[in-house]
Design a protein around this ligand. Structure first.
Ligand code: NAD
Length: 266
């Protein structure tokens, strides 16, 4: 099989939000893209909208047999694999005290088990191509805690950062780079539908750079970490959070106005 596009990428959770924006951005960066999602209709829709060399695949990333079968089909269809984006993720909301055990298990299996399965299953194809890039979509919740989700989400995303570092060390031997991206609050269509304008403005005020992160902002970082411009980056995590991690949890502009009034500046 000859490979039309320069590189082939697999994006899990490609049917929505950050994943869908990443499919579009990688396709614009001359990649053939396998759009993998548990939601078959969503994957089909994104593949169709993207056009070109994008194709849809249905798989639950927590199910190893489905992941193995999907990887086999992708490498057969495209003739290889160069980029893996582990983006599929879910969350549940409850306190630690009230968390049903099934919620703990499912979030860990999808958000941490999924990237492990996809990465381990992709190693032979990446090695065969002489190297490659893996980008794990973690979260700033993995570096502090999740304020919207539960302890399961925080634990899974922290674990994903550990998996990123360890995999980067072992796979450097084969020229496979492994990095993570940690988005802050991302305004996906789902978040937009579930929040009021006032709530959205309140969150935007907490972000030093003054607005919500867009799926495309995260996709741009993923393209960077997938390509030659990041050739010497591996085992690292990159925040795409508008400065949320360095904020102090109060409306940023009001805080800076007071600070400048008291101490000079502005
Ligand atoms: N939205 C945010 O504010 C935010 C912030 C930080 C990190 N993240 C992370 O970014 C990633 C994408 O988030 P999003 O907001 O775009 O979510 P989303 O819900 O819009 O999209 C997630 C996609 O993953 C798919 N999916 C879910 N479980 C799956 C499974 N088991 N197997 C395969 N596909 C599955 C869904 O069908 C959906 O298409 C997630 O890992 C999430 O934890 C999101």
């Amino acid at each position: 099989m000859t490979r039309a596009a320069a590189r082939t990428a697999m994006v899990t959770g490609g049917g929505s939000g950050i994943g869908a924006a990443t499919v579009a951005a990688l396709a614009a960066d001359d990649c053939a893209v396998a759009v993998v999602d548990i939601d078959a209709a969503a994957a089909e829709r994104v593949a169709k909208e993207t056009g070109g060399d994008a194709r849809a695949y249905t798989a639950d990333v927590a199910n190893r047999a489905e992941v193995d079968r999907t990887l086999e089909r992708i490498t057969a269809d495209f003739g290889g694999l160069d980029i893996l984006v582990n983006n599929a993720g879910i969350g549940t909301v409850s306190t630690l005290e009230a968390m049903p055990i099934e919620d703990w298990t499912r979030v860990i299996e999808v958000n941490l088990g999924g990237p492990f399965h996809c990465l381990q299953a992709a190693i032979p194809a990446l090695k065969a191509g002489g190297g490659g890039a893996v980008v794990n979509v973690a979260s700033i919740a993995g570096k502090r805690i999740s304020y919207h989700g539960g302890a399961n989400y925080t634990a899974a995303k922290s674990g994903l950062l550990g998996l990123t570092r360890h995999a980067a060390f072992e796979l450097a031997l084969y020229g496979i780079r492994v990095n993570a991206v940690c988005p802050g609050p991302v305004l996906t269509p789902m978040v937009e539908a579930a929040t009021s304008e006032a709530e959205r403005q309140g969150t935007a005020q907490l972000v030093p750079l003054g607005r919500w992160i867009r799926p495309e902002d995260v996709a741009d970082m993923i393209v960077f970490l997938s390509g030659p411009a990041s050739a010497m980056c591996t085992g690292a995590s990159f925040d795409v959070d508008g400065g949320f991690m360095v904020s102090n949890g109060t409306p940023y502009r009001d805080y800076m106005a007071r600070r400048n009034a008291d101490f000079g500046g502005g």
